[in-house]
Design a protein around this ligand. Structure first.
Ligand SMILES: Cc1ncc(COP(=O)(O)O)c(C=O)c1O
Length: 382
């Protein structure tokens, strides 16, 4: 029996002990971001009473290496430092992709995850676009089982609603070489971090539409969840902050609305729900897809269209732009009360509209098992 199958067969307590033994062999001293949180291999740090988004990391992580033309076994380790060399190729040329999902603690202490296999599919699509080796079905099977185990190992770090344990799976080229070609070695990690609601949770926020910056273009990498799609948004988002806006909605060539730096966007125009179509420049948001399906379940039509900023200016001028909201795993559903484009303020009729509130409630009811999971999206971990 291979090591992995042996571990999977152990009962939780034995398994935990085994992981601890293995961790002791692992020599990197585990270190959390905050120096105060240094812990040894015996004492488990506790979930901090207060945390900002992505500030602390739960004690256990998964590592999976790629070498010799295949993804290797899943390893459980204490969260901690990893040794890298300055010549590691992803530090130079990218080849770094990631995924985000959340653990939702229900009122009865249950731990839910949402459409996790869709995250694996999208991870594979991102790997493919970045010329990185995809996970094969058996790799996904073992990682998916490992993910559920990891959540159980880190279960004391799952905060109460409305906070969550965020799960970050990521992979990067770990080969040490300088030269532009696909690497031959990669590393994949799954790490967990407690997070409060994004921005101010379900409260209206204001976004800026940058005039001179774009996030993605046709034929580019916009729909991949690759690191390079995020660093390019930092300058315009910083500029938005200085003007009092929380984030940006990006246009692509032609003046078409795409998405925010980490969320998709919806509009209610003339009481019709619309969202930019997936044209290769936009991440295929799992929340976006779920919301479209939920709306349809409740007999609302959703049109996936090309929407220009001029359309929005026109409709708001004529009083037809009723609601705007952004969606994503981090964001969940956040109402948008203003878009700034050049010096023009595009304001929907409602800061927080009825349709926005309706879909926020429907989605969170599913996420926290307060309503039936008609689409079979929720996976219960414990
Ligand atoms: C660029 C971008 N768009 C949209 C989303 C929303 O996607 P999802 O609903 O799958 O979290 C995210 C967050 O993951 C994102 O980073």
């Amino acid at each position: 029996m291979d090591e992995w199958s042996r571990l999977l067969r152990l009962q939780d307590k034995e398994y935990f002990e085994e992981v601890k033994r293995q961790s002791n062999v692992f020599k990197h001293y585990p270190l959390l971001k905050d120096d105060k949180m240094i812990f040894d291999n015996i004492n488990k740090p506790e979930l901090p009473a207060e945390f900002k988004f992505g500030e602390y990391f739960a004690p256990y992580m998964i590592q999976m290496d790629y070498n010799n033309n295949r993804w290797q076994e899943v390893l459980f380790k204490r969260y901690g430092k990893i040794g890298i060399e300055p010549g590691m190729s992803s530090l130079h040329y990218g080849q770094a992709v990631f995924e985000g999902q959340k653990v939702y603690k229900t009122a009865d202490g249950g731990l839910n995850i949402f459409r996790p296999l869709d995250n694996f599919d999208r991870f594979n699509a991102s790997l493919k676009r970045m010329c990185m080796p995809e996970l094969r079905k058996p790799d996904i099977d073992v990682l998916y089982k490992g993910l559920k185990k990891l959540i159980l190992l880190n279960k004391d770090w799952v905060p109460e609603e409305p906070s969550n344990l965020y799960i970050r799976m990521h992979a990067f080229a770990s080969e040490n070489f300088i030269g532009i070609r696909p690497a031959t070695e990669y590393k994949l990690f799954i790490i967990c971090s407690p997070v409060p609601p994004y921005l101010n949770g379900f409260a209206p926020t204001k976004l800026m539409i940058p005039e001179h910056y774009t996030r993605a273009s046709i034929g580019g990498t916009g729909e991949a969840k690759s690191a390079g799609n995020y660093d390019g948004t930092l300058v315009p988002v910083e500029e938005a902050h200085t003007k009092g806006y929380s984030n940006c909605v990006f246009l692509r060539d032609g003046g078409y609305i795409t998405e925010c730096s980490a969320a998709n966007i919806f509009f209610v125009i003339n009481n019709k729900i619309v969202t930019p179509m997936l044209d290769g420049t936009i991440l295929h948001g799992i929340t976006r897809d779920s919301i479209i399906k939920l709306f349809k379940q409740y007999s609302f039509d959703v049109d996936e269209l090309l929407i220009t900023v001029n359309d929005l200016l026109f409709e708001s001028y004529h009083g037809n732009l009723n609601e705007i909201f952004m969606t994503g795993t981090a964001a969940c559903v956040i109402p948008v009360s203003e878009l700034l484009y050049k010096d023009q303020k595009i304001k929907p009729t409602f800061d927080t509209g009825l349709i926005t509130t309706f879909i926020y409630e429907k989605l969170t009811d599913v996420l926290y098992s307060r309503s039936d999971d008609d689409f079979g999206w929720v996976v219960k971990v414990n």
